[in-house]
Write a protein that binds this ligand. Structure first.
Ligand SMILES: [Zn+2]
Length: 414
């Protein structure tokens, strides 16, 4: 055989190999493991990106014996990941950036997420929403981005409640201005965080609700009347309850009690082990129940990076510790989250004693329901085959494999 034909043969063989590997990713396949609902062995059959059958099986291969299967996680608040910031203003956010963040999230079992833009310069928001709108349609992202979260700029200007949002861009709601952002996002803003007590908020909430945009109360100091009125006007949930709140509040009159008390209001909580005390998580979940609580991350670009000292957007030093805390090294004050919601699944089980089924409900199913993502959020025939296969030892959800639309997008290197 000549050198040339040998080389040709190799190319043909390699092409065939690639063809079969690529084909097998979308062909019918069965994934076995323990059901996240009751821990019993199941087989999930998937074809053309969807779940076609789920059945119980007698036993599992040693390889799958200790692995659970659950619907992929859904995170409604992701500012960035692995060095990428969606609200970055120092240059152009690129498709490559969005792809980097998406792949890193897949590694943590997050198959759906809402890139989040916070209070910022209007032109920057317009630009980045239009970049995100194009990225969202990229086939390689497999529909992992159903839409976006706008957190601010219509929030409290008061220190503490405002959190880390830049004061100079905080303002009262302006429907026309918001519509410009909505158009730039190609009508993909799924949720907006608003303070109910500011001038024009109620009208804004009503209009968002009429358009099917989920209004979330956050970074506010609303009183009971304002919070209840916001819910009557269509507000449905609260953004990271217990954070975005001043340290010193009145023990009777503060925004926490009425948000916890209103049975028509859901909550999202940051469950990374640092943003809330265990007692807060216990009380919040007891008040709302596992059906009305959503685990979110509010994760920043520091997630997925090595521990060390980094600069923030305005040039301050920030420290990422080995435990995943992002803090200002001088004052040891939290400066954002660095953990995806798979950490929250284990943490919420540890502090509340809830089941894995309830934890997954809070990290996937409840978001799917709230945002109308009817094709995902549960293991069910006809749903997207967005699946996560993982072990759960010592309250640590360790992702072994992730499938998005039936495609294996992550396999742990063990
Ligand atoms: Zn916030």
């Amino acid at each position: 055989m000549s050198y040339f034909s040998e080389k040709l043969n190799r190319v043909v063989l390699l092409s065939l190999f690639c063809f079969f590997v690529a084909g097998s990713l979308y062909a019918q396949q069965k994934i076995e493991g323990l059901s996240y609902i009751d821990g019993k062995p199941i087989s999930v059959e998937i074809k053309d990106g969807k779940i076609t059958r789920i059945e119980s099986v007698d036993g599992l291969t040693p390889e799958n014996k200790n692995k659970y299967i659950a619907p992929g996680l859904i995170d409604n608040q992701v500012n960035g990941f692995k060095g990428v910031t969606f609200g970055f203003g120092g240059g152009d956010l690129t498709l490559e950036d969005v792809t980097t963040a998406t792949k890193a999230l897949w590694e943590r079992g997050v198959t759906t997420y809402f890139p989040t833009l916070v209070t910022s310069d209007h032109k920057l928001l317009l630009k980045n929403f239009s970049i995100l709108a194009k990225a969202k349609e990229d086939k390689a992202l497999l529909g992992s981005i159903p839409g976006f979260h706008l957190e601010g700029p219509y929030i409290s200007s008061i220190d503490g409640f405002r959190g880390a949002h830049a004061l100079k861009y905080v303002k009262e709601p302006d429907w026309e201005e918001f519509m410009e952002l909505y158009e730039a996002s190609n009508e993909n803003i799924l949720t907006v965080t608003v303070a109910p007590e500011i001038e024009g908020a109620m009208d804004f909430i009503k209009k968002c609700n009429n358009k099917g945009i989920v209004v979330s109360l956050g970074h506010h100091n609303g009183n009971a009347q304002q919070i209840n009125e916001a819910v009557e006007n269509g507000a449905k949930t609260c953004t990271h309850l217990g954070n975005g709140c001043a340290n010193m509040i009145n023990r009777h009159d503060n925004p926490l009690w009425p948000q916890l008390a209103n049975e028509n209001l859901m909550i999202s909580i940051i469950c990374d082990g640092f943003h809330l005390r265990p007692e807060e998580i216990k009380v919040f979940t007891r008040a709302k129940g596992y059906d009305k609580t959503i685990i979110t991350s509010d994760v920043t670009k520091f997630a997925g990076l090595e521990p060390g000292i980094y600069k923030n957007m305005i040039g301050d030093d920030l420290e990422l510790t080995a435990d995943g805390i992002v803090q200002y090294p001088a004052q040891k004050v939290l400066a954002g989250s660095a953990s995806a919601i798979n950490k929250g699944v284990g943490h919420v089980m540890k502090v509340t004693g809830c089941s894995l089924a309830d934890a997954i409900k809070m990290a996937s199913t409840n978001s799917a329901k709230l945002y109308g993502l009817t094709d995902r959020g549960t293991l069910g025939v006809g749903k997207r085959a967005d699946l996560v296969v993982f072990t759960l030892d010592d309250y640590k959800m360790d992702v072994k494999r992730t499938y998005v639309k039936g495609k294996l997008v992550y396999s742990s290197p063990e």
